[in-house]
Write a protein that binds this ligand. Sequence first.
Ligand code: NAD
Length: 249
Amino acid sequence: MSDFSGLVAVVTGGASGIGAAVVNRLTEGGAQVAVLDLSASSGGAPYSVQADVSDDRSVRAAVGAVVARFGRIDILVNNAGIGAEGHVGDNTDEEWHRVFDVNVLGLVRVSRACLPYLRLSPAAAIVNTSSVVATTGLPQRALYSASKGAVLALTRAMASDHLHEGIRVNCVNPGTADTPWVGRLLATAENPAAERAALEARQPHGRLVTPEEVADAIAYLASPRSGSTTGLDLAVDGGMQALRLRQPQ
Ligand code: NAD
C-alpha cells in the first residue's frame, strides 16, 4: 500500500463522500494529501485549505498554500462537484452557468494552477470525477449530465495535450454512490426508503456503489502503477453503463 510514498496529492471536494474516501486511500498509500474544499472540514486529511473552485483567485491562493507547505504537487484529483435536477427545459441560465462553473471550470482552474508543478513531477497524474451520466442517459439530469460529459471530453483532451509532459489524465464514472450527496437527495424524497430501493434496483449489481470503491479506482489511476493508462474513463457503476441483464423469469 505504499504506491504513493514521497508524493503529494491535491484532492478537491475532499471534505466529504468520495473525496474523503480518496483522502483516506491516498494517505494509507503513503501520500501527503491536501484537501481543497468549500467546507472547513478536512475529510480526515492532516492538511486542508478552504477554497472555492468557482473562484480563480481562491484556487490560486490554495494551490500556492499547498506548494508552500509541501514543495511539490504530483497528483491532482478533481472531484469537487454539485448536482442539478430536471430536463433541458427546467433549469435557468443561472443554474446552467453555476453547475458548469463548478463542475467544469472548477476542474479547469485547479488543473491550470497545478500544471506548473505537475510538469516537474516524475509521477504526475490527474484524475477527474465524471459520472455514469456522461455515458448513459438518465432522466431528470440534463444539466448535470452535460457537465459530466464535458468532464469526460476534457479528460481525453487533457490526456492528449499533456502526455508529452509526462502527465497522465484519466477519469472515473461512478454510478450512484452512497455519499452525503445522495443522502441529501433521499432526504427530500416523499418516501426516502422507496427512493433508495429504486436507486439500488437501477444498479445492475443491486446496491449503491461505495465511496471506497470509487476511491480505489481513483487511487489506481493516480498511482505510478497505472503508468501506461491515460485518456481512460473507468466505470465504477455496478455494470450500469455496460450491461443489459435479463430480468429473472
Ligand atoms: P459530496 O456532496 O458528499 O461531496 C462533494 C464535496 O465537494 C463537498 O465536500 C463540497 O463541499 C465540495 N464542493 C462543492 N462545491 C465546491 C466548490 N465550489 N469548491 C470547492 N469544493 C466544493 O458529494 P460526492 O457524492 O462525494 O460527490 C463527489 C463527486 O462525485 C462529484 O463531482 C459528483 O458529481 C461525483 N459523483 C457522485 C455520484 C454519487 O452518486 N454520489 C455519482 C457520480 C459522480
